[in-house]
Design a binder for this molecule. Sequence first.
Ligand code: 5AD
Ligand code: SF4
Length: 463
Amino acid sequence: MSTTGPARPNTRKLLIRTWGCQMNVYDSGRMADILAPLGYAPTESAEEADMVILNTCHIREKASEKVFSDLGRLRETKKARAAEGRETVIAVAGCVAQAEGAEITARAPWVDIVLGPQTYHRLPEMVARASRAAGAVIETDFPAEDKFDHLPEARGPQGPVAFLTIQEGCDKFCSFCVVPYTRGAEFSRPAAAILAEARQLAANGAREIALLGQNVNAWAGASPDGNSWRLARLLRELAEIPGVARLRYTTSHPRDMDDDLIAAHGEIPALMPYLHLPVQSGSDRVLAAMNRGHKADLYLRLADRLREVRPDIALTSDFIVGHPGETAKDFEDTMRLVEQVGFAGAYSFKYSARPGTPAAAQPGAVAEAEKDTRLQALQALLRQQQDDFNRACVGRVVDVLITGTGRHPGQVAGRSPWLQPVHAPLAHGGAAPVGAVVPMQLRATHPNSLSATMVLPEESAAA
Ligand code: 5AD
Ligand code: SF4
């Protein structure tokens, strides 16, 4: 067997556990890529792992607490392995690391490395230092240099769905949110670097590319023609790359949905009819307290305009109930907005105070029981809308991107243009290789997926 890079036996095992957003999923992949040349091969087992990275999320309190309970269990594993003479390097990465670096090493001194999202390219150096150091190695600065420049190119083979980070950080400072403190100021990668990575991903087998950023539609990157491009222009260029059949982007802010981006939804066939556009609340009073910088009406107008150019677009959103100062009437305004827009899906959360954020110091805390009641009412309505959306798809013939085999023999699995998981029997005479986009008739809804049948070429020609 031949290996590339430094000649190192592939004897060490790496376990990465990922919480939170797609950005973290992407970062975990890149950390695995960085460590591969050092001889780290992936494992799912903590007992086997010579290095464990917890890639964490700080956005809600529960997520950070889970990290500490995981660290508690890892301490035992590390002890047991040490008794057998095996070393275990434990690293905490991601936003909890960024926000609580010193607290982590105080509460969990068995952690060897703490690294913020801006310092992943220094991982190999930190691993080497951790093996030598007595205490933990902490790296959570926001260096001016571009961490992306130091990361190795994403390597193949690549599945049909790929994530590509184009933007990081956030300057919006919503009252409740830790992201501007953990991920730092908005930073847009240059267009040329993004296009090069997308070409590489497509060459390695990606058919669907999801562009990622905390504020992805605030992207404004240096372009090859010397100007600054906005997201719509970037999407147009990406759509030209051979092999790229589908494009998405997430997560967006209503304030950054510019005219050209809305128009792009009507003009770029590869841009999927699906947009995750968090609104958080339907009350202008709460939106102001949240420092969202827009009113409910802007959101309603955006939904209308998007549907004008792309009538089949599915909108999804995020909601917070019980932000400080939210009254029963404010909550009713949120329910009314949901009824007016009609969502295909949504995430909704009870407000949780995050240390250091302005909302944590705002008066008018909502009682926990009241938050529960509101959340249940909101989730019931959103669930109903999601069911309605899925049921309305039944009977339609839609393009499904094949992502793998289904749970049962003779089944294929894929995803619809609206990100719904779809499974279908492999029709006699029908071929459905992974990565193919195949027309299917949607037949029935299930709790987490849709079942379908493949439409054979002669049927689609006759249709
Ligand atoms: N409390 C509850 N939900 C929050 N979110 C972000 N911060 C908080 C918080 N402090 C939610 C928002 C955001 C999503 C990723 O998490 O809805 O859009
Ligand atoms: Fe957080 Fe608001 Fe920025 Fe989204 S836009 S990451 S909610 S501060």
